[in-house]
Write a protein that binds this ligand. Sequence first.
Ligand code: ASP
Length: 322
Amino acid sequence: MTGKAKDTNSFPHSHLLGIEGLSASEITYLLDRAETYVEQNRQADKRKTLLRGRTIINLFFEASTRTITSFELAGKRLGGDVINMAVSASSMQKGETIVDTAMTLNAMHPDVIAVRHSDSGAVKLLSEKVNCAVINGGDGKHEHPTQALLDALTIRRRKGKLAGLQVAICGDIAHSRVARSNIHLLNTMGATVRLIAPKTLIPTDIAKMGAEVFNDMNQGLQNCDIVMMLRLQTERMHKNFFPSIREYFHFFGLTYEKLANAKPDALVMHPGPMNRGVEIDSEVADDIGRSAIREQVEMGVAVRMACLEALTLNAPEQDLNA
Ligand code: ASP
């Protein structure tokens, strides 16, 4: 979202900083484009030339396995040159600010930078300092737009639609950028969102985003189509939010017993990395009849290809020739 619009395709934005502000048709456009890449990614020859000559930098100030690999594969499968920078290990330790890092990279003429940072708003700040497209790969507790898009693609493929579905997002809502991006996307696409968490892990004003809040998981899961579990983000917790992991699992861990409250064909999702036995029982997570967790990872590559494609088509001409 945001940035100067150029009418080259149905995603008229220079950056993808969040889901907030995107229209239903823009989200649908990205999902439709991603759908075409799902098939391509299942072929032996996965390579396209759309991004030939383009440079994509994955600038990750926070740890990542899935997301950085997914962006790397997405860029490479479109024929681009991809560089991964895990910044905590280099400049940041020498005291360089995010703005200095952005300016330095900008001088090397990248075409797209995918950024992850522990501060909410840091990715937007960086996007204001560079000439290229910026994709938010997760900023603090704020947004993780490509995660919400890959979740939406997974749901749409399994359920044939997003509108009208009852989606429960469960667990550490307070620290979750995944929850925020998903609330925006699901509301925009006409789904109904329920949030299930202990009182300590749910911000008091979150219902304003358009969701019904439950502190009892059995109640909240009643008749849900989708059960989206979240990781307990202990790295963002600076006090105790629950008495013990054992108690958390007892009340908020997804087991077959609690899942029985949802619709019989309810789909189980998790953005990863999973804490087995903390927010989700291993058997449920690995049940290929119920869980779409591995499919989410597959959809991640296709969605990131669609985002790279859309933003590259929007790039100003002078950048392309620079
Ligand atoms: N991978 C997701 C994120 O970066 C979810 C998580 O870490 O729990 O936000």
